[in-house]
Design a protein around this ligand. Structure first.
Ligand code: NAD
Ligand code: AHE
Ligand code: ZN
Length: 369
């Protein structure tokens, strides 16, 4: 079949809206009509050429929601008409990782997924007979996409696609980092670096678990009102702190944060996020992804004296199990998604969504097909 897609032909260029050929689902695969997709900073990261795994031409997008249109042989748990959220972190429920209680990083198809290919090592997308790569196993910047069954969460049919698509990455990543990765306790003091589409969901998660202080840090003053709306108690613009930012945050938290979250992808900020944590027990969670060749640094003494560094992918969530529950939280009014979706556009305007991200005007832009 043919499908309309926004194609990343090469690094550093705007996406091009094109008609692309899409082959049908093979064994264990599902054809999904994507109804809506968010634009996450990770799409920009890969589009820019900073992603060590980035390969082109590819169809980006990993924050979608849609409807099953056709299932391949061997697909047991989904039928046409089911509503689904594609998962860049699948959940096969069989691999060593899925069977281990400490991780959500299912590895069943990670190698081929990182190469932009389906599990059998081929692509379903092509233009004039030349393969176009998948991205993160999801490629939601295409109106139709093919996804392995293990990478689809079945969700309730009354939930609006243009809102729950955000659960496909940002909402789950932010709230999950608090609940699953940090396992933050009521009454804790936390610092959140970067109040974008991820950081605001970290704040929302911290409010849900009953954190005491929730300090937001962002270079953009317009993010203060956003943070406060979701539960932030204090705001710091690093460019307006007279002295050392870390010392300032340690003072604000009476000795350091119980938890900090880096939601930017800046290795210098990652160091500050670790070092503003409380001696003896403070944990810093890295969520932001940093470009090829970048490394983090600190004095080992920071770790020797009881601070720890951890990472979180997709908020530590097991997608097929947890995503339907987060959709329920949204439908039950327990979490706010609507107000974070500041812009909605058609696929033809997807590059405008990236511009709004760069200018800091948007929290999330959503493309509706
Ligand atoms: P975003 O562009 O919406 O937000 C980034 C925010 O950081 C903006 O508010 C910006 O003003 C602020 N910022 C930038 N530089 C800063 C600095 N030096 N100090 C303070 N604030 C600064 O991005 P997003 O969609 O929220 O994504 C944030 C990061 O999380 C990206 O690196 C993205 O790739 C990553 N991410 C990781 C996961 C995961 O599973 N680990 C999931 C989604 C996104
Ligand atoms: N490809 C990059 C890493 C990118 C990365 O860390 N991705 C996160 C999800 S970001 C979603 O917006 C992730 O899930 N990582 C785990 C994994 O297996 O990719 C690189 O540095 O090579
Ligand atoms: Zn993302």
């Amino acid at each position: 079949m043919k499908t309309r897609a926004a194609v990343a032909l090469e690094a550093g260029r705007p996406l091009e809206i094109m008609e692309v050929d899409l082959a049908g689902p093979r064994d264990g695969e599902v054809l999904v009509e994507i109804m809506a997709t968010g634009i996450c900073h990770t799409d920009e990261f890969t589009k820019s050429g900073a992603d060590p795994e980035g390969a082109f031409p590819a169809i980006l997008g990993h924050e979608g929601a849609g409807i099953v249109r056709e299932v391949g042989k061997g697909v047991k748990g989904l039928v046409p008409g089911d509503h689904v959220i594609p998962l860049y972190t699948p959940e096969c429920r069989e691999c060593d990782y899925c069977l281990h209680p400490k991780t959500n990083l299912c590895q069943a198809i990670r190698t081929t997924q990182g190469q932009g290919l389906m599990p059998d090592g081929t692509s379903r997308f092509s233009i004039n007979g030349k393969p176009v790569l998948h991205y993160m196993g999801t490629s939601t910047f295409s109106n139709f996409t093919v996804v392995p069954e293990i990478a689809l969460a079945k969700v309730r049919k009354d939930a609006p696609f243009d809102k729950i698509c955000y659960i496909g990455c940002g909402v789950t990543t932010g709230i999950g980092a608090v609940i699953n990765t940090a396992k933050a306790e009521p009454g804790c003091n936390a610092v959140v670096f970067g109040l974008g589409g991820i950081g605001l969901n970290v704040i929302q998660g911290l409010r849900m678990i009953g954190a005491n202080k929730i300090i937001g840090v962002d270079m953009n003053d317009s993010k203060e009102a956003w943070g406060r709306k979701f539960g932030m108690t204090d705001f710091v613009n690093p460019s307006k702190v007279g002295g050392d930012l870390v010392a300032h945050l340690v003072e604000m938290t009476n000795g350091g944060a119980d938890y900090s979250f880096e939601c930017i992808g800046n290795v210098n900020v990652m160091r500050q996020a670790l070092e503003c944590c409380h001696k003896g027990w403070g944990e810093s969670i890295i969520i932001g992804v940093a470009g090829a060749g970048q490394e983090i640094a600190t004095r080992p003494f920071q770790l020797v004296t009881g601070r720890s560094w951890r990472g979180s992918a997709f908020g530590g969530a097991r997608g097929r199990t947890d995503v339907p529950k987060i959709v329920d939280w949204y439908m039950d009014g327990k979490i706010d998604i609507d107000s974070m979706i500041t812009h909605t556009m058609g696929l033809e305007d997807i590059n405008k969504g990236f511009e709004l991200m760069h200018s800091g005007e948007s929290i999330r832009s959503v493309v509706v097909y």
